[in-house]
Design a binder for this molecule. Structure first.
Ligand SMILES: Nc1ncnc2c1ncn2[C@@H]1O[C@H](COP(=O)(O)OP(=O)(O)OP(=O)(O)O)[C@@H](O)[C@H]1O
Ligand SMILES: [Mg+2]
Length: 303
């Protein structure tokens, strides 16, 4: 049986070495987590950015952390194929193989707390169009999150593992709200995209998320204001942000674009034609790509 203590120590040493020897956003690849209130565009923006990074030749892994599992559709995986994807937590054999216990097996079993999941993408990653790879995480149904159950143990190991992969862009779409974001998943990510639209409730969520992101030590925290229809929308968000404005490494805005709704859930048609929305999104992708290489650019807007 694996020795969890020894494994954990190995993992810590590896993580420290990577942190000491490399700057985020360069040799280690990029790990970007996307969060915000429900419906602000997280899945849409994650899918579009995944395609833009892949277009530029990056090995791209889009991770669906949302139990609703709609990222595969947004990436453009056909419906029948998307429906056949079995999320990690439902791969009971894999959960058992790695943790030593089957989901729902009950208490009292010995769990391997830090399983080696280095085969997870090869075995369970789906190939999407445009060379985008996708990993669907699934959800833990019965127990409260944070529990010491086989599914959660596996998910946490996968998150730790993807934080350590080199030469890859990882974009993680998360469930709505900050609760989940604050707890475990964001640890180890280099960049966080906090998405809002010009509404009071959505801005409240990013204000909270920005504070959590700082506490978690995420080096770059970007604000993305989506569905902007006028200058007034941007001013309104600035006002609602108040002092929390200073918590962001920079801000971007993306205009409202009808064509997104016309083609949803598949985002690819939007990429095919030039538009103010796509121009801005490309600028955002470039900024994320350059993070860690440009020492100081603060509060830029879409450049
Ligand atoms: N800039 C935009 N202009 C117009 N429509 C947009 C824009 N961005 C996203 N949308 C649309 O908003 C809707 C919600 O987007 P999406 O599903 O990506 O949000 P979400 O934050 O992932 O939602 P959930 O919290 O439910 O997962 C979709 O129909 C999408 O096409
Ligand atoms: Mg979503």
């Amino acid at each position: 049986m694996a020795d969890p203590g020894a494994d954990r120590q190995k993992m810590t040493v590896a993580a420290r070495k990577l942190r000491e020897n490399t700057r985020p956003g360069t040799e280690r690849g990029f790990r970007i987590v996307i969060t915000g209130k429900g419906g602000v565009g997280k899945t849409t923006i994650t899918a579009l950015l995944a395609h833009l990074f892949a277009e530029k030749g990056f090995t791209t892994l889009a991770v669906d952390e949302d139990p609703q599992m709609n990222l595969p559709y947004a990436i453009g995986i056909p419906r029948e194929e998307s429906d056949r994807i079995v999320p990690l937590t439902k791969n009971f054999d894999y959960v058992e193989e790695k943790t030593g216990a089957r989901p729902g097996a009950g208490w009292g079993l010995m769990l391997t707390l830090n399983p080696d999941v280095s085969d997870v993408v090869e075995r369970f990653g789906a190939k999407g169009p445009g060379g985008v790879n996708i990993l669907v995480m699934g959800t833990v149904e019965h127990a409260a999150t944070g529990c010491l159950c086989p599914e959660n143990t596996l998910l946490e190991a996968v998150i730790r593992y993807i934080n350590l992969r080199d030469d890859e862009v990882i974009l993680m779409d998360t469930p709505a709200g900050v609760e989940h974001f604050g707890r475990t998943i964001a640890r180890g990510f280099d960049q966080a995209l906090l998405l809002t639209d010009p509404t009071f409730n959505a801005v409240q969520v990013v204000r909270h998320a920005a504070q959590l992101a700082k506490e978690l030590g995420i080096p770059s925290v970007w604000l993305v204001i989506n569905r902007v229809r006028s200058e007034n929308d941007i001013c309104k968000v600035q006002e609602l942000l108040g002092d929390t404005r200073d918590l962001f490494s920079g801000q971007f805005y993306l205009p409202y674009d009808e064509s997104l709704i016309a083609c949803e859930p598949d985002v690819r048609p939007v990429l095919a034609e030039a538009s103010p929305f796509i121009d801005r999104l490309r600028a955002l992708q470039v900024r994320l790509e350059n993070d860690g290489r440009i020492p100081e650019i603060m509060h830029e807007e879409g450049k």
